[in-house]
Design a protein around this ligand. Structure first.
Ligand SMILES: CC(=O)N[C@H](C=O)[C@@H](O)[C@H](O)[C@H](O)COP(=O)(O)O
Length: 232
């Protein structure tokens, strides 16, 4: 079996991302965040940008799933949208590149299958297709991705809006395909992560619930505000 897939099997992947408008933005900070995740038992790190990828690899020696979030005017797709981001990411030699694998139109009319082909021809990097529903998954596999992740469930206008993770999608995909299915998106408790593995997920990606302190703080402050209002 591929060594990366073996390493993450039934284990935790932590997403360490802080965009420019987030308080913890910066490759040095993300590298330390990833080191903390490693100390806590993470077996791989999902990260954004070439500089964060390089810093995290150096600091942790963990395998990485790299993306570049980039907006384009002519497309809704922002996770590794075009060949430009793919080529940039390959310079960091990530174990995996994740990209939006929905059927939506890519910038400049680029095609998912061409990006997949380019990565497979030029590297041994695996490809994680970020999908939002069952139909996206079928398309991503047709285009040749190696791994599926439920990253985009709730973030396309045709997938369900849920407050928690999309357990149903993980269960459906696990029962339908032999491809490793990664559970990702709004997994905010250890119990939810464990349930994903019980449903057959290959591994679980947790992001904000571990690495976005502003999001964690808000869950506490909101709970206190509600309690205060109930008392008055
Ligand atoms: C939808 C989207 O853009 N997701 C991004 C994908 O890389 C990240 O912002 C998420 O943090 C990551 O998917 C993990 O999810 P959560 O932070 O909910 O555990």
């Amino acid at each position: 079996m591929n060594p990366f897939l073996l390493q993450i099997k039934q284990n935790l992947i932590v997403s360490c991302q802080a965009l420019e408008d987030e308080p913890l933005h910066g490759s040095g900070i993300m590298a330390k965040m990833a080191l903390a995740a490693k100390a806590g038992g993470a077996k791989a790190i999902r990260c954004n940008t070439v500089s964060d990828s390089i810093a995290i690899k150096e600091e942790t020696d963990l395998p990485i799933i790299a993306i570049i979030k980039q907006d384009y005017e002519d497309s809704e797709i922002y996770i590794t949208p075009t060949l430009k981001e793919v080529k940039d990411l390959l310079t960091a030699e990530p174990e995996v590149i994740a990209l939006d694998a929905t059927r939506r139109r890519r910038p400049h009319g680029e095609e998912l299958k061409d990006l997949v082909q380019y990565i497979h021809q030029h590297s041994s990097t695996l490809i994680m297709g970020d999908i939002s529903n069952e139909d996206d998954a079928a398309y991503a596999l047709e285009c040749g991705v190696d791994i599926l992740s439920t990253t985009l469930s709730g973030y396309t206008d045709y997938s369900p809006t849920l407050t928690g993770p999309d357990f149903d999608l993980v269960e459906t995909l696990v029962n339908k395909y032999n491809t490793p299915i990664i559970a990702e998106g709004r997994i905010s408790t250890p119990e939810m992560a464990k349930k994903m593995l019980e449903l057959g997920a290959w591994s679980v990606v947790v992001g904000g619930a571990i690495t976005r302190p502003q999001q964690i703080t808000k869950s506490f402050s909101s709970a206190l505000t509600v309690a205060e209002k109930e008392e008055i």
